[in-house]
Design a protein around this ligand. Sequence first.
Ligand SMILES: Nc1nc2c(c(=O)[nH]1)N[C@H]1C(S)=C(S)[C@@H](COP(=O)(O)OP(=O)(O)OC[C@H]3O[C@@H](n4cnc5c(=O)[nH]c(N)nc54)[C@H](O)[C@@H]3O)O[C@H]1N2
Ligand SMILES: Nc1nc2c(c(=O)[nH]1)N[C@H]1C(S)=C(S)[C@@H](COP(=O)(O)OP(=O)(O)OC[C@H]3O[C@@H](n4cnc5c(=O)[nH]c(N)nc54)[C@H](O)[C@@H]3O)O[C@H]1N2
Ligand code: SF4
Ligand SMILES: [Mo]
Length: 733
Amino acid sequence: MTQIEKSTCRSCAAFCPVDVTLDGGRVIKVEGNHDAPIYKGFICPKGRALTAMHNNPDRLKNHLKRQPDGSYAPISSEQLVAEISEKIAAMLDRHGPKSVAAFLGSPGLEHQALGPLMIRFMDAIGSPYLFNNGTIDQPGLMMAPALHGSWAGGRMHPDTLDVFMIIGGNPVISKQYFPQHPGNQLKNLTAGGMKLIVIDPRRTETARRATVHLQGIPGEDPTILAGLIHLIIAMDAVDQEFVRTNTRGFDELKAAVRDFTPAYVAERAGINEADLKEAARIIATSPRGDLGSGTGPSMATRGTLMAYLLYCLQTLRGFWAREGDAAVMPRVLFPPQEFKAQPTPPYPAWGFGAQMRVRGLQQTAAGMPAGALPEEILTPGDGQIRALFLHSGAMITWPQQDLVKEALEALELLVVHDVEFSATARMAHYVIATRVSFEVPVMTQLNEMLSLFHPGYGWVEPYGAYQPALLEPPAGSDLMEPWQIYYRMAQRLGLQLKYPSISDLLGIAAKEAEFKSEAPMLDMAHEPSTDELYEMMCTGSAVPLSKIKEYPNGHLFDEARKTVLPRDEDCIARLELGNETMLSELRQVRAETHVEQGKKNPQFPFLFIPRRIQNSTNVVSSTDRTVLKRTYNPAYMNPADLDRLGLASGDKVEIRSQHGSIIGFVEAESDLRPGVLSMTHGFGKNPGDDYDPKRDGANVNRLTSWTDDYDPYHGMPRMGAIPVAVTAISDPH
Ligand SMILES: Nc1nc2c(c(=O)[nH]1)N[C@H]1C(S)=C(S)[C@@H](COP(=O)(O)OP(=O)(O)OC[C@H]3O[C@@H](n4cnc5c(=O)[nH]c(N)nc54)[C@H](O)[C@@H]3O)O[C@H]1N2
Ligand SMILES: Nc1nc2c(c(=O)[nH]1)N[C@H]1C(S)=C(S)[C@@H](COP(=O)(O)OP(=O)(O)OC[C@H]3O[C@@H](n4cnc5c(=O)[nH]c(N)nc54)[C@H](O)[C@@H]3O)O[C@H]1N2
Ligand code: SF4
Ligand SMILES: [Mo]
């Protein structure tokens, strides 16, 4: 007997509603849910691949423990918890709380109780070493509001925009911005008159819809943004009233962009001056707009400056929601919040919280610097990290794979949770086998939280959804949900945990304060269910979780809608246009030559840039492989460059940076700017493992280094605009 149940795909943060066809407890089909609001039934191939995920023959059904000879043997849940707890207790005793670290990667999306329990556990042992992907992703977007301040009224509603500009993001593929069926949303918005400006070295799926596409040199994003700000000021298009009432530092900003003339910017960034002016004209003449950014410019270094300038440009045009506007992203599963047409003042971006021993890095508004983690593990002495709870595909997704391997090997205890024996799981002392999507209840709170830190996530409208777990894990399996390790360790160590709360996941002082309430204590005698934890996490939410549960298709909750209120009479907060650290970095940009910034030289004549692909999210799992078009990640290059090198699509090449090299297969892509090589991450294997580049693809993180041009505050290294050389490899046949 087949039945159709409602659920949500968690394979990326778009959280598409799905119809799951079950046959006797087995998933046989996953389709888009056409009864759900906003999404129009959309799912991508990864959503359909959830069938394969649930029937994955390689799935881990038992926890694993590494044996002295390096092999792995099954271990029961009880034994696993006992052994890990014992080791942690001894370590805390001997080396103190800083010896234990935890890292939360994207699997936190699939397991929403994981992050909150992890925070509470780390809190209880007193370790500040709680890391997440934020500092190898788009940390600038968390630093910028700290440096500039943010707008308590939120952004303008997409349906009301005259212009949307995206710099180095590709929503059609990534769903970052317009997450609910982005292709369709962008089509409708542009058909309705919204102008789209795209800044990207590649003519992307998104750029095809653009009115203006600036196909600039990778890494020149601060230059282009400074040029746009220069033009907006020169065109007298600054929203004077808005700037007078709400900002300070205009004159400093104006002076800092003075020499970013259109001619200079066009020449340096490799774009057409007329196109730059047209982009500025559209922004200048649009009454309503919004500006977004993606991973491209973030990875090209200077991501914080890029994000800061983007905020400044947005503020100069007054592109923030005004009194009386419908507030976007009103709270649904968080306590209600008022939106006001006034600034939220800047707050510290760095200079607070835990200090690391590596390269002077410290806690920031974007979280603890993940960039210091491997070295912190490898540096002997007081404060050395000896145990790591790792919830990510670090062996593939972290920069400088060889150093990551060395660091993970140096740990006394590495605990990884996974659904298969992945590259990262292969490094662990203990692998916690866990439930997969439909075996876990799902709700929309985490994505709502993401929208507080990154405007490209969450729901513009008050959408909320919850669906229960649909399935039991396979018979005979012994699994844990990843949060359970923290609860059970706490039990064994006699620690009292507080109620789980997701809001301090990123450890950001100012944002945290917003939600800080007296957290009650968890019952440490009776382990809660995941559903009970969700209830706790939603305490005081604008819409009670019980109400959300009445709508299996998800729902727009009109009662959660908010209108932007007038400015408080006593509000004196101002947005900062003249942050001295940012403007001095901008002056430094202006003082250098483009060649210095890109570090391009005759030995490394191409710039390597990141991109994402539709059919996998970050690490390519065996489930993703069922929908991948190719088994490897092609090295896309402009056909003219291939001609010059005497290469044709499919040819095998060595791609070399100053840090390492990979084997790739080139592919002609005329949409790519000449001089640029574009390749996705997530592929490859561990050093030393049986490896075939055509079958497994290449780990592009062998081209990166943690210390290459790293941000002095959050530590994110260069992961894009990497100078590389490309040379043909002729295989003997
Ligand atoms: N299908 C799919 N969706 C995903 C993911 C995935 O792996 N697959 N990953 C998820 C994650 S973790 C994230 S963070 C988001 C990211 O979301 P996005 O940032 O939108 O991701 P990309 O699609 O890689 O878009 C980055 C764009 O930047 C361009 N670019 C590269 N270098 C530069 C540069 O120096 N300057 C400029 N201006 N542009 C540049 C690239 O050509 C590319 O088009 O996507 C999420 N969604
Ligand atoms: N060179 C380069 N490196 C990058 C990026 C880039 O663009 N270029 N992007 C960066 C960005 S933006 C991000 S966010 C990070 C992402 O980095 P990660 O967070 O590491 O990426 P994911 O692929 O989402 O993580 C999936 C990993 O978790 C394992 N896993 C563990 N538990 C579960 C589970 O319960 N369910 C599932 N489905 N899998 C589980 C999977 O086997 C896989 O190894 O990578 C970063 N690294
Ligand atoms: S876009 Fe694809 S992977 Fe992301 S939630 Fe939707 S169906 Fe899942
Ligand atoms: Mo990401």
